[in-house]
Ligand binder design. Structure first.
Ligand code: URA
Length: 198
């Protein structure tokens, strides 16, 4: 078993915070799965989201709901293959009613992300939305003030490059694809990311 698979088995047993539950089917018939992340262990690009939503919780896979499908589409439009990217989130469990994760929940989950950085050593990290961008950069600035450029951040002594992105849920709420639209800006960020890796 690879180091990453072993790590993900441990993630799936995590009870570090109240969001973690036993994987399986609940009494009401709904499914609960931890969502450790997926993608190649040698990925050069890593996407870090906020936390799983309902569809992710049900399937145990990251970014497979409406936002995830839009993310896959815009990645392809920028010439990036989803299959070549390691995709995960700051929190590996779904907060109730998709609320923003609490600081305590983020802190409890961050050691898993640190271990993923260590295992994958990505060349570039794409932070999807406010929560991962602010968490990894250690700032309170909103995504509008962060996106559009590369940042450096240091984690456990390792300096990595990060590009903040809009969350695809924001694009779903603002669906126009004209010049200057959220789609257009996010596409430009992704094209820059592809060029960075070239
Ligand atoms: N948003 C995230 O941050 N992660 C997912 O897996 C889905 C939506």
């Amino acid at each position: 078993m690879s180091a990453l698979s072993a790590l993900h088995q441990r993630v799936c047993q995590c009870r570090n915070c109240p969001l973690g539950q036993a994987d399986g089917v609940r009494e009401d018939g709904s499914a609960f799965y931890h969502v450790p992340g997926e993608g190649p262990e040698n990925a050069r690009l890593m996407i870090v989201g906020e936390a799983p939503g309902a569809e992710e919780e049900r399937t145990g896979r990251p970014f497979v709901g409406r936002s995830g499908r839009l993310l896959t589409e815009i990645l392809a439009a920028a010439g990036l293959e989803r299959e070549e990217i390691f995709i995960t989130s700051v929190c590996k469990c779904r907060p109730p009613k998709n609320r923003t994760p609490l600081k305590t929940e983020i802190a409890a989950c961050l050691p898993w992300l640190a271990a993923q950085f260590e295992a994958i050593r990505p060349r570039l990290v794409l932070a999807v939305g406010n929560v991962p961008s602010q968490t990894l950069l250690g700032v309170k600035t909103g995504i509008n003030g962060l996106r559009g450029r590369f940042h450096q951040f240091t984690w456990n002594g390792r300096t990595m490059t990060l590009r903040p992105l809009f969350h695809p849920a924001y694009l779903l709420r603002n669906p126009r694809r004209v010049e200057g639209s959220p789609w257009d800006k996010m596409l430009r960020d992704l094209v820059e990311a592809r060029r960075f890796l070239a």
